[in-house]
Each structure stands twice: as structure tokens, then as C-alpha cells.
Write a protein that binds this ligand. Structure first.
Ligand code: SF4
Ligand code: MSK
Length: 644
């Protein structure tokens, strides 16, 4: 459970293990995100408001919306134009990151299907057939590899197709009412403005490129048009790229099952070779876990004086191997430097996304081998071992032997591993949730209808040095379950919840009477881990499944979202596809939009009627829970459900 005493004691982190490590960092004068944030003060207020532009070389231009300075950039761009363009670019980058991840998985499935890659297999044929059926691909009496080839082709086509029709994944995965609403909205926007503005994604790559084009100097300066395209691009991520990543990873690596794991720095072992896998793409890390278990690796580790090779996860790569392979997780984004400072990490292996470049310098203060593996995430000072999925077993083995070779040079006097770990029950995929409910969402719907559970909150969030690490995650989650709101989520929020014990059975006691009774009956915690941040698609799938089951739109359901402690552009894309899917989303810290009054109004008010989802910003976790509960209660009332 959350340790409130320590929480009050260190403004940087609410996690006692982090606080222990931060004391060591302070003692040894080691830089962390917190120290560097301090050195950045005061941060640029134009940047915080979103009113700076450096799109062309007449700039950079900036507008102080509250001062007497210029009200336009050199080209005449207003504050709203700048804010909307900057936001659109964030959505494009976030969507591209998730979607490019999905592309690689689709290409790997194709390679496995056509026999050019034998290091991976089709692990979950049931999921393959379920995905194929959803995409209208024939499965009856067909070889598994042929079905897989068609699924891979259908997914790959979503990235590069050139016609105006919606991508197949959006068409087949969006619930019917939402699909219709987005389509109709395109028509009403045309009627209202005389301008074509689309929401249904036509091509995953295209929607991101569209933003890059329309935000080029002298193109789109209309805030509404820019925001609509941001929504379209983000939808191409949620119902496209991320959905492809999740679904196809399940086919290749297995759909996660409910299991118990350990979370926090205590999963590192003093006597073992510790390999931390960090980033987002599990294709390599799943192999690192697999290869580490080979007797050959154990023998090499023993020869080097270690007990064994202990692979642990961090961040979202950590979430992936946690869910599928039961690997313990050392922490979330804020823990990446702290893990190295234990002095017990022999290799920090990273793939893509959310990796601090600072890790290279920090590793050089220890014996830790910092290994980059992706051509898209090279970091000066790292050892680069290029990943190639066609030689996955060999490369994963090379990575482990590199870690083993580092072990003898570990300075034992420098090793300090905080003892904290928490047990967590994880792996609540849509498939597992439905299985627990007896194969249909109806029991969950009944519990919501009769008010035993008021509604569902979906949370994804990072760690952000501007917010005390994990504090918002813990407080908000605890507040919500206390109010009989089931909490589901992904990403670094999920790791925070796991570390805080909120995903374990004793956390049932923190839930309100209705939710507690349900969790007791099902033997589950009140807070459900659905995966990595790319797996927010699982939350969409659950919401969509319930909506279709009831014949309603997602925006009719008592669902609400939050991205506390958000950091990355991916979070912008996620938040945007949530609101465009009909789910209101809380954000903290405040996004860089307040300098654009029109943009702020569109995103926090005008979109309500159009999309049924909107953004709201709140700094206090309890006040956030109040607002989230209010949204849920309003939606319940609109459905005519019993409210106390
Ligand atoms: Fe300034 Fe306009 Fe150039 Fe932006 S695009 S830097 S506002 S002149
Ligand atoms: S890793 S996007 S810090 S959740 Fe997915 Fe964590 Fe946020 Fe990265």
C-alpha cells in the first residue's frame, strides 16, 4: 500500500524504493530527471502555453496572450494557430510512434507466415482466428500460415493504402454507433464550414503525413481544422496502429493470461546477473527472457560467479514481458535511472520510446552495459547491438552474454537494492476479463446497471518529474475504487498501481462495498492491469465490445479516462483518440494549449456535443475523482440507471 509517511517526506517520489535511491543519488551527487528539472527553472512560459513557433526561419516567434506584446507571428499566425499546429504535431508524433511499432509486428507476422522467419511462431492460433474473423478473413479449413498471411497483409495495407475509404481495422474494430457518428460528423462539419474535414482514418501513415503537410509554413492555420485532423490521426493510432500492435503481438507472442508478478526495484537480485529490458517493443525482449532461461546461460552466469541470469522489465517493454512471461518489473519511467543506481544492473537493454538519453552517462558511472538495439533509438555512449528479428535468438543470446561478461566487474561495495516489492495480479486482457465473466460482458453490464459498480475509469499515464512520482496515480486510483468505480489501465500508471499494492487481493479492502463484493467473488483486485501504453487499444476494445453488445455508442457508457503524470506525445495521441472515441479524459499536468483560447474552448467544451468526449484539467487527485465520478453519474442518469 502507499506509504504516506514517505510520500510526505520527498516531493520527488511517493514510492519508498525511489526515495531510498534518491537519497543515494543526493549523497553521491548523481544527476536525475529531478535535478535536471530544477536546473531548467524557470521553464519557458511560451512553451508551456503552446504559443511559440519555429516552423520557419522568419521565427522563432512567440505570443504572450496575457501581455502587451505582438499578437501575431511574423507570418501573421495567431496564438491559436500556433497552439493548434503544435498540438497536431504532438499527436502526429505520438500516433507515429505507436503505429510504427504496429507496422513492425505486422511485418514480422508476414515473415513468420511466409516462412522467412523461423525464430518466431504463431503462438496463439485462437487469437489469430478471432482477429481474422473480425476482419472478414476466411478461417475454415485453411492452413494457419495462410490465415496469418492474410491478417498480416490486411494490417500492412492499413498503413499505406491510398484511397479515401476508412482503414479496415477502424471499420471492423470501431463499434457500429461510433463509426456512424464519426462518419456523420464529417458530413455535418462539411455542411457547417463548407470545408472537407474527415475523422475516419484513411491510412495510418497518411494521417501523420497529412499533419506534417498541413502544419508546414503557410498551410492550415484554422484551429478547428487542425484539431479535427489531430483527432483523425490519433484515431488511426488507437483503432489502427496500436490495435494492430496489440492484436498481432498476441498472435505471435501469446495473449496474456491472468498471473501474479512482483513489482519494484526489489526484483533485482544481488547474487544474479541482472538484465533490465526497457522501452516498448516486446519482439526482442521476449527473446531475451526466453534465451536467459537456457541452461547454457545459467552455466555461463555461474562461471562468472553469479547465481543465474535475472531478466526484469521496466516501463512498457517491462509491461509486455510481465503480462506474457511473468517477468518481474523493476519500475516505471521514473525508475529507469534509479535502477541503474542500485549498482546491480549488469545490462540495461533498450529498444524504443521513453528512454532518457541520460542513461548512457549514468551507466558509465557503474559497470552497467547500456545496450541500444534499434536504429530508431541510438544513444551516444551506448553499446549498439543491432536487433534483427531474423536472427532474434542469436542477438538475444549476445545481449545476455554481454551482461554476464559485465558481472565480474560489478563493484559490490556500490550495490544497494531497496527491498521493496509488491505482489500484483496482472494480465486482464479483454479475453481474460470476458473469461472471468463467463464469456460475455453481460455480468459486468448487470453490475453497472444495478449500481454495484458505478462505472469504469481507464487510466494511462507516465511519470513526469513535474509531479511527485506515482503520487497522482496512487491517490486518484484509490479515490476511484473507494467510490465503487472499477479502474483499468496501462503503461506507467499500471506499474505505479502494481508497486503500490493496488493490484493485489488485499487492495479489495480499499474498494467501496459494491466493488469489493464483486472483486471478492471473482478473486480479482479492484484495479486491473491491461498492458503497455500501446495496449490502450485493449481498453478501446473493451469499451467498443460493451457498446456493440448494448447497441449504443461508447459515449453513452459510464466510462471516463485519465492521463495523470503524462509526459509523452504518445499520451497526447492516446488522450485524443479517447475523446474522439467518446470518452472524457482528465489530464495533469496541463497540456501546452492554454495560450490558445479558441483551441482550449474546442477541446474542453465544443467537442462535448460533437464527440461525446472532451479534455479536462485538474491538479488535485480528489477533485479529479470528484469530476470523474460526476461524469459517470451523469451518464448513468442519462441511461436511466439507478443512482443513489
Ligand atoms: Fe513565425 Fe509564422 Fe514562421 Fe511560425 S511560421 S516561425 S509564426 S513566421
Ligand atoms: S512507457 S508513454 S512513459 S506510459 Fe509506455 Fe510510460 Fe508514458 Fe512512456
Amino acid at each position: 500500500m502507499a506509504n504516506d509517511t514517505i510520500q510526505k517526506n520527498d516531493p520527488r517520489s511517493a514510492d519508498p524504493a525511489a526515495v531510498e535511491m534518491l537519497r543515494i543519488a543526493d549523497r553521491d551527487g548523481l544527476d536525475t530527471i529531478w535535478q535536471r528539472l530544477e536546473k531548467q527553472q524557470p521553464q519557458c512560459s511560451y512553451g508551456q502555453l503552446g504559443t511559440c513557433c519555429r516552423i520557419c526561419s522568419m521565427g522563432p516567434c512567440r505570443i504572450d496572450p496575457f501581455g502587451d506584446g505582438p499578437t501575431r507571428g511574423v507570418c501573421g499566425a495567431t496564438a491559436d494557430t500556433m497552439v493548434a499546429r503544435n498540438l497536431a504535431r504532438m499527436a502526429a508524433v505520438g500516433s507515429s510512434s505507436h503505429s510504427d511499432h504496429g507496422r513492425k509486428v505486422a511485418q514480422l507476422l508476414k515473415a513468420v507466415a511466409n516462412g522467412s522467419n523461423s525464430d518466431y511462431q504463431i503462438t496463439d492460433t485462437e487469437k489469430l482466428c478471432a482477429v481474422a474473423t473480425r476482419l472478414d478473413i476466411e478461417t475454415e479449413e485453411r492452413p494457419v500460415k495462410d490465415i496469418a498471411a492474410d491478417v498480416a497483409e490486411a494490417a500492412i495495407n492499413c498503413f499505406g493504402k491510398q484511397d479515401e475509404e476508412p482503414i479496415l481495422f477502424a471499420e471492423k474494430y470501431l463499434p457500429k454507433k461510433r463509426f456512424e457518428r464519426l462518419k456523420n460528423l464529417e458530413d455535418s462539419l462539411y455542411e457547417a464550414t463548407g470545408s472537407k474535414m474527415g475523422l475516419l482514418p484513411r491510412g495510418i501513415d497518411r494521417e501523420a503525413v497529412d499533419i506534417l503537410h498541413r502544419t508546414h509554413f503557410g498551410c492550415d492555420s484554422d484551429p478547428l481544422s487542425l484539431i479535427v485532423q489531430s483527432a483523425r490521426c490519433s484515431l488511426s493510432d488507437g483503432w489502427g496502429g496500436s490495435m494492430i500492435a496489440t492484436e498481432l503481438q498476441d498472435i505471435l507472442l501469446g495473449t496474456p493470461k491472468i498471473r501474479q508478478i512482483q513489482a519494484n526495484l526489489g526484483v533485482l537480485e544481488e547474487e544474479s546477473v541482472n538484465v533490465v529490458i526497457h522501452g516498448h517493443e516486446p519482439v526482442l525482449s521476449a527473446k531475451v527472457v526466453e534465451m536467459a532461461q537456457l541452461p547454457e546461460m545459467k552455466r555461463l552466469a555461474e562461471e562468472a560467479g553469479a547465481k543465474r541470469v535475472n531478466v526484469v522489465g521496466l516501463c512498457c517493454t517491462g509491461n509486455e514481458v510481465l503480462l506474457r512471461q511473468g517477468v518481474g518489473i523493476a519500475g516505471n519511467e521514473g525508475h529507469s535511472e534509479l535502477a541503474i543506481m542500485t549498482g546491480a544492473v549488469d545490462a540495461m537493454v533498450v529498444d524504443v520510446q521513453c528512454i532518457f538519453p541520460a542513461l548512457a552517462d549514468l551507466c558509465s558511472c557503474y559497470h552497467t552495459r547500456f545496450i541500444t538495439t534499434s536504429e530508431q533509438a541510438k544513444i551516444p555512449g551506448a553499446i549498439h547491438i543491432q536487433f534483427d528479428e531474423h536472427q532474434a535468438n542469436a542477438i538475444a543470446s549476445q545481449i545476455i552474454t554481454t551482461a554476464i561478461e559485465a558481472f565480474p566487474s560489478r563493484n559490490k561495495a556500490k550495490v544497494y537494492i531497496p527491498k521493496q516489492t509488491a505482489s500484483a495480479i496482472v494480465g486482464f486482457t479483454v479475453e481474460e476479463i470476458l473469461k472471468a465473466l463467463g464469456g460475455t460482458p453481460q455480468p459486468l453490464i448487470d453490475l453497472i446497471v444495478n449500481g454495484t459498480i458505478k462505472g469504469v475509469a481507464g487510466i494511462v499515464g507516465c511519470n513526469n518529474a513535474k509531479v511527485q512520482q506515482d503520487a497522482f496515480h496512487r491517490s486518484l486510483t484509490t479515490e476511484l475504487i473507494k467510490r465503487d468505480i472499477l479502474v483499468i489501465g496501462t503503461g506507467c500508471w499500471a506499474v505505479a498501481a502494481a508497486k503500490a499494492g493496488l493490484m493485489d487481493i488485499p487492495a479489495q479492502e480499499l474498494a467501496g462495498p459494491g466493488l469489493k463484493a464483486v472483486c471478492r467473488q471473482l478473486g480479482i483486485p479492484p484495479v486491473l492491469h491491461m498492458g503497455s501504453c500501446v495496449d490502450c487499444s485493449r481498453m478501446l476494445n473493451l469499451a467498443g465490445g460493451i457498446a456493440d453488445h448494448l447497441g449504443v455508442d461508447i459515449s453513452d457508457l459510464p466510462l471516463v479516462g485519465s492521463a495523470p503524470e503524462w509526459t509523452t506525445e504518445k499520451a497526447v495521441a492516446i488522450g485524443t483518440y479517447f475523446i474522439a472515441s467518446g470518452i472524457p479524459v482528465h489530464l495533469w499536468p496541463v497540456p501546452p494549449i492554454l495560450g490558445g483560447p479558441e483551441v482550449t474552448k474546442i477541446l474542453t467544451q465544443d467537442v462535448k456535443a460533437a464527440l461525446g468526449g472532451w479534455f479536462f484539467v485538474e491538479e488535485d487527485p480528489v477533485a479529479t475523482a470528484d469530476q470523474m465520478e460526476e461524469i459517470i453519474m451523469d451518464r448513468r442518469a442519462a441511461l436511466g440507471l439507478v443512482n443513489e
